[in-house]
Design a binder for this molecule. Structure first.
Ligand SMILES: NC(=O)c1ccc[n+]([C@@H]2O[C@H](COP(=O)([O-])OP(=O)(O)OC[C@H]3O[C@@H](n4cnc5c(N)ncnc54)[C@H](O)[C@@H]3O)[C@@H](O)[C@H]2O)c1
Length: 259
């Protein structure tokens, strides 16, 4: 029996990148998947390519009425909802003094408000579907540490980490495990918008233990783990999938640095 047989998952931001890779992995593990994204064309194409175990519903994650629509339509189509993957997100680079109010609101609405609204709307439906559900929130290595040029994004990702723990406390008794994932640099349109070749994309990560960036499927495998009963005692956990980025950076003149 596959790990996610008879489970239904809703994945936001599923038209590309980590969301699309997670959809493929969950389907391989037996789940049915509601793909949601603001990008209708890419979402529809992906759903068609994945067959009967997938449907696409257009969804702006910063809008509560659209959350109610996607959760209700998804539940109606597959008969239940067991797993929510709050993955949709945007990244806007700017200096701390230069971020505009519009940029800050956009980042917080799409990255953070979405996670709160999604949990509020989906949790009762997940709890009514079975005794064991899961919510997985996509934070970032930048929800465990920080870097220049991303202060408002970082605020949203640290907040997701905290909200995950609060949600784990209140939803645990309803049978819903809530955990966060913290990827480092992943080769998707977000982190690699100009589609650099792999060796060039990997270059900035040479200073960290993995010495390369991640591929989306390396995050998707952890999504599948947390969605499954293999993670039955993981609640409010923050899982770094960052190739050691938050473990530390090599200092060349000290012993133990790679050649
Ligand atoms: N790529 C990385 O290096 C990296 C690292 C750490 C964390 N993350 C996080 O992982 C998640 C997925 O990132 P990705 O790299 O796959 O990015 P991506 O840009 O490839 O995919 C993001 C998806 O979200 C969708 N989206 C954007 N705004 C939306 C909205 N308002 N409503 C619904 N969907 C919307 C986009 O259309 C896109 O399909 C994000 O939350 C991101 O912050 C990514």
């Amino acid at each position: 029996m596959k790990r996610l047989e008879n489970k239904v998952a809703l994945i936001t931001g599923a038209a590309g990148g980590i969301g699309a890779a997670s959809a493929k992995r969950l389907i391989d593990e037996g789940a049915s998947v509601v793909l949601s994204d603001i990008n209708q064309q890419a979402g529809m194409q992906l759903a068609e390519s994945l067959g009967e175990q997938a449907i696409f519903i257009q969804h702006d994650v910063s809008d509560k009425a659209q959350w109610q629509n996607v959760v209700e339509q998804g539940r109606k189509h597959f008969g239940q909802l067991n797993i929510l993957i709050n993955n949709a997100g945007i990244c806007i680079y700017n200096g701390l003094l230069d971020y505009t109010e519009e940029e800050i609101h956009r980042l917080l609405n799409i990255n953070l408000l979405s996670v709160i609204l999604g949990s509020q709307v989906a949790a009762p439906v997940i709890a009514a579907s079975s005794k064991s559900g899961a919510i997985i929130n996509m934070s970032s290595a930048e929800g465990l540490s920080s870097v220049n040029g991303l202060s408002a994004y970082i605020a949203s990702k640290w907040a997701i980490r905290g909200y995950t723990k609060a949600a784990a406390m209140e939803l645990g008794p309803l049978g819903i495990r809530v955990n966060s994932i913290h990827p480092g640099g992943v080769d998707t349109p977000m982190a690699n918008p100009t589609a650099l070749a792999k060796k060039d994309f990997d270059q900035p990560y040479k200073k960290y233990p993995a010495q390369r960036g991640a591929q989306a499927k390396q995050i998707a495998s952890v999504v599948a783990f947390l969605a499954s009963e293999d993670a039955s005692h993981c609640m409010g956990a923050e899982i770094a999938v960052d190739g050691g980025m938050t473990a530390g950076k090599y200092i060349d003149f000290l012993p133990g640095a790679p050649n």
